[in-house]
Write a protein that binds this ligand. Sequence first.
Ligand SMILES: Cc1ncc(COP(=O)(O)O)c(C=O)c1O
Length: 254
Amino acid sequence: MADDIKTDLFDLFLGPKGENSRYFEELVSRVIRSHADLRANYSKDDLSLLEGTPGSQKLEEELNKFLELQKNNLPYFHPRYSAQMLKDPTIPSILGYLAFIMSNPNNHAWEGGPVTTEMELEVVDTLLKMCGFKSGWGHLASGGSLANMEAVWAARDYYGNGTVFFSEVSHYSWKRICKILNIDSYDEVAVDGDFRINLDALEDALKKSNKPLMVVANFGSTGAGSVDDIEGIIELKSRYNFHLHIDAAYGGFF
Ligand SMILES: Cc1ncc(COP(=O)(O)O)c(C=O)c1O
């Protein structure tokens, strides 16, 4: 029965009942072994600094406490859990993270993380292709708030300060971003019955503005998942001259 419903997708997760834990354990061990072998072979003539098997009762006690604590997390892994947007991480994403955190590369520049810098370029290239861009440039940020902040920072310094417009159902970080970056003003625009930015209200606000800097279109708003009418906003852009920023921090996943 279980085999009937088992798909490749199912294999990518630990499983709601930890069904794939043995397979996962095997892969995690492989990650640790591979990294240990790398160290062992790195500079073969060096003497080993460590002898014997480590054993720290304190470490084990602390780990046990930690493992107890993590049981109080919300059950994002459960198929019936939908209170928050957070979902189960996949086995490949955890393995990828573990494999690279073992060497703790720094991605500030190629010199500090040559392999991960190449991978970043590859990820950006893949994303550009997925979105239909023929050429482009980008980089990875640690999350949506930081990526959005960087976009406002760049627009402010390129076009000069002004007003940032976003719908009233936009992510709470938008107001903070404007405050942190000393943006002249921001305007929270009303939404329609489908939680999409109301284009008439946006146009009224643009008319009243001395210097529109940026309009933020939600491509999946945080609470409602609504997608703003981007073509309608592009039409307004041709008449009111602002920078269009699309916030796909949530909807971009889908
Ligand atoms: C639409 C939208 N923008 C921005 C953010 C902020 O992203 P982060 O929590 O990664 O900083 C979120 C987070 O849920 C979001 O849904």
